[in-house]
Design a protein around this ligand. Structure first.
Ligand SMILES: *Cc1c(COP(=O)(O)O)cnc(C)c1O
Length: 379
């Protein structure tokens, strides 16, 4: 028997309160009981996304809402900027390509931060850009991008919208849509929302709804305009993921009860403790501007990052994540979002120490855990 800890950047651990709600007998979605659920969920999603507008809900993984944020906003032949600095930035460019949108890519070395001035220059040099696509956290590298600063730039371009993949941002750190001027903010259920995979979300600004009116890319399942008019009547276009939405009502209640301010502070402290503990073990942090959602740690010289990640889960029951593509073997990742708390960080660092010892790394046992405990003492 081995107790397991899920500390990956999605899927994440689901609280027992949410699991129990999802185990309840299914209700019919064209029934006042479900309408009541949707009514509450709509209000709390607005709170979470920081918007007065509706937040659309889809039965898909997060990528479904990413795809919809291209197909519902643009037309074939349109130009868009994609910030590419990891797996998920590449996904934006790939979606654009699939629908005949010309993507002008801002390619950054993986792990680097984004100079918002570069977005401004690219907008100036390429007149007619309809949209800027970026991540709040590039989960593959652990970098947090300066959404607020980019939003302040894009705001001045009436014919350009800012679309943010906030799948590892929403519910982890501040991303107030209306206040900052984010036009489309995408979320997913299996990260900070403490649910299984299967729901995607999109907050949509008034400016973005104007773009929707002229968008000519064909759409059917992800037709945002139809979804909006149904949602306003507590209905959905198609059969919704009923049990997941019932679970969502519970997880949103938990988030609201804790309060976003407290949640943001908690994840800041958890991620800081993870980074400081890794440094105390002589390890380096990969991201130049690290996200509170996930910490990417550089594997020490001569030790394979995949071996670290695999030993942690196989032998010690702690599931983090390895590196992807060009980072495979070079980094491993530990997430601090969703239901994660301070004991998860301490557990992860302890498992990391056991693992590093097994792999022959030279360090003083206990130094990482001691550092983590010290960083967490006021949480
Ligand atoms: C997890 C993740 C996604 C979503 O991927 P799905 O597998 O489609 O849910 C997209 N963007 C980021 C930044 C992510 O972390």
């Amino acid at each position: 028997m081995q107790k397991r800890y899920l500390l990956a950047p999605g899927p994440t651990t689901i609280p027992p309160e949410v699991l129990l709600k999802m185990a309840e007998p299914i209700i019919h979605h064209r029934n006042p009981l479900f309408e009541e659920v949707l009514e509450e969920v709509r209000q709390n999603l607005k709170y979470l996304f920081g918007t007065k507008n509706e937040v659309l809900i889809f039965a898909s993984s997060g990528t479904g809402a990413m795809e919809g944020a291209v197909t519902n906003m643009l037309s074939p032949g349109d130009k868009a900027i994609c910030i590419r600095s990891g797996k998920f930035g590449e996904r934006w460019a790939n979606i654009c390509k699939a629908y005949g949108v010309e993507s002008i890519n801002i390619d950054l070395p993986w792990g680097d931060d984004l100079d918002p001035g570069l977005v401004e220059r690219t907008l100036k040099e390429n007149p007619g850009i309809k949209a800027v696509y970026m991540q709040a956290t590039e989960t593959s590298t652990g970098v947090r991008f300066p959404v607020k600063e980019v939003a302040a730039i894009v705001k001045n371009y009436p014919d350009t919208i800012l679309v943010v993949d906030g799948i590892t941002g929403v519910g982890v750190f501040e991303l107030p849509m209306d206040e900052w001027g984010i036009d489309v903010l995408v979320g997913g259920s299996q990260k900070a929302l403490m649910l299984p995979p299967g729901l995607a979300f999109a907050g949509v600004s008034d400016k973005a709804w104007e773009f929707n009116k002229t968008s000519k890319i064909p759409k059917f399942y992800f037709n945002w305009q139809k979804e909006l008019s149904n949602l306003q009547k507590n209905q959905t276009n198609f059969t919704p993921a009923i049990s997941l939405i019932v679970g969502l009502r519970e997880s949103l209640r938990m988030i609201k009860a804790e309060g976003l301010e407290n949640i943001y502070r908690k994840f800041d402290i958890l991620a800081n403790a993870t980074r400081e503990a890794a440094k105390a073990l002589g390890l380096k942090i990969f991201a130049k501007t690290p996200s509170p959602a996930v910490t990417a740690i550089v594997a020490p010289d001569g030790i394979d990052g995949q071996a670290i990640y695999k030993t942690m889960w196989k032998k010690y029951g702690v599931t983090g994540a390895g590196g992807q593509d060009q980072l495979k073997g070079k980094i491993f990742r530990i997430a601090t979002l969703g239901y994660a708390d301070k004991y998860d960080v301490i557990t992860a660092i302890a498992a990391l120490e056991f693992t590093l010892r097994d792999l022959g790394y030279k360090f003083e046992m206990g130094k990482g855990v001691a550092k983590a405990v010290d960083c967490l003492k006021d949480l």
